[in-house]
Design a protein around this ligand. Structure first.
Ligand code: SAM
Length: 284
């Protein structure tokens, strides 16, 4: 990461890509037990949170990621009542999940409490559901949480993690998916942020293979734009436990009682289309 006067620049050494946002200043800089969290004010994208120099979210475009990690999986499950979120410390995913009236409980397990506390301070609009009686905020390792979970205790598990390095590396592994499979009720579904189809196709193929090996019978990778992440093209991958992931609750999407900025029935139908290179490269 380099900071050149009025610009924040994220440098991707492995991808050969750099992405910059113009800033007016740095609002916060903190090294926690787990990672370095920085918050900037930008001229055009609102506030920006980075972890270890990598962009986590901006106020302007986080709705894309948070909506697409939450609503497609919740409108694919027949009746999601119990949701587990791993990571997601900025609380944007939690806030989207709790818009669903069917959801009776949502547990968020974030390893770094400081991410959540700073989000409450600098991104309060994402934290409006933190006091919802259905929400439970836990601070600890999501991998251990799933290992220790009772069998068949969740309908949906959303993995809203950082890139697969450091504490998040194990969240992309077959043993973790096996534990998720055990923790899900029949008909349960995982939704996991799965990086860029353009840049990280090998990772997506490997994730899907591991999910399949862990017992998941159907897999579906969703595509959506996210301009502050490398390549501007991002994905989430769903893995279903004895459930067909292309069957969605169409009418419930049309009748939804809450507002969204991106997600609707047509966007759901569009995001499950699989590009040709993608179809060729996935091995499962
Ligand atoms: N939208 C972001 C992205 O794709 O870059 C992710 C945002 S969210 C802030 C990611 C969170 O995952 C971080 O706060 C990080 O602390 C958390 N995390 C990483 N590994 C974890 C683990 N093993 N258990 C729980 N949370 C974890």
């Amino acid at each position: 990461m380099s900071l050149d006067q009025n610009w924040f620049t994220e440098v991707g050494e492995s991808t050969g890509i750099a992405f910059s946002l113009r800033i007016t200043g740095k609002l916060h800089d903190e090294q926690t037990e787990y990672q370095r969290i920085e918050i900037y004010e930008t001229t055009d994208f609102g506030r920006l949170m980075t972890i270890d120099g990598y962009i986590m979210l901006s106020q302007r475009d986080n709705f894309l990621y948070h909506e697409m990690l939450s609503h497609p999986v919740l409108y694919t499950h027949v009746n999601p009542k119990s949701v587990l979120i791993i990571g997601g410390g900025d609380c944007g995913t939690l806030s989207e999940v709790l818009k669903h009236e069917s959801v009776k409980s949502a547990v968020q397990v974030e390893i770094d409490e400081r991410v959540t506390r700073l989000s409450e301070q600098f991104f309060p609009e994402l934290c409006g559901a933190n006091d919802d009686p259905r929400a439970r905020l836990v601070f600890g390792d999501g991998i251990k949480w799933v290992t220790d979970s009772e069998p068949e205790s969740y309908d949906v598990i959303i993995i809203d993690s950082t890139d697969p390095i450091g504490p998040a590396a194990g969240l992309f592994s077959e043993p973790f998916y096996r534990d998720c499979f055990r923790a899900l009720r029949p008909g349960g579904i995982i939704a996991q942020q799965s990086e860029s189809p353009l840049l990280h196709m090998k990772l997506i193929s490997a994730m899907r293979r591991s999910m399949r090996n862990a017992g998941f019978s159907d897999l579906l990778t969703l595509n959506f734009p996210q301009c502050v992440y490398p390549s501007g093209w991002w994905s989430a991958t769903l893995a279903g436990k004895n459930v067909a992931l292309r069957n969605i609750r169409d009418q419930d999407i049309v009748d939804k009682s809450f507002g969204t900025q991106y997600y609707n029935l047509a966007m759901h139908q569009a995001c499950i289309a699989q590009p040709e290179f993608f179809r060729r490269e996935i091995e499962v």
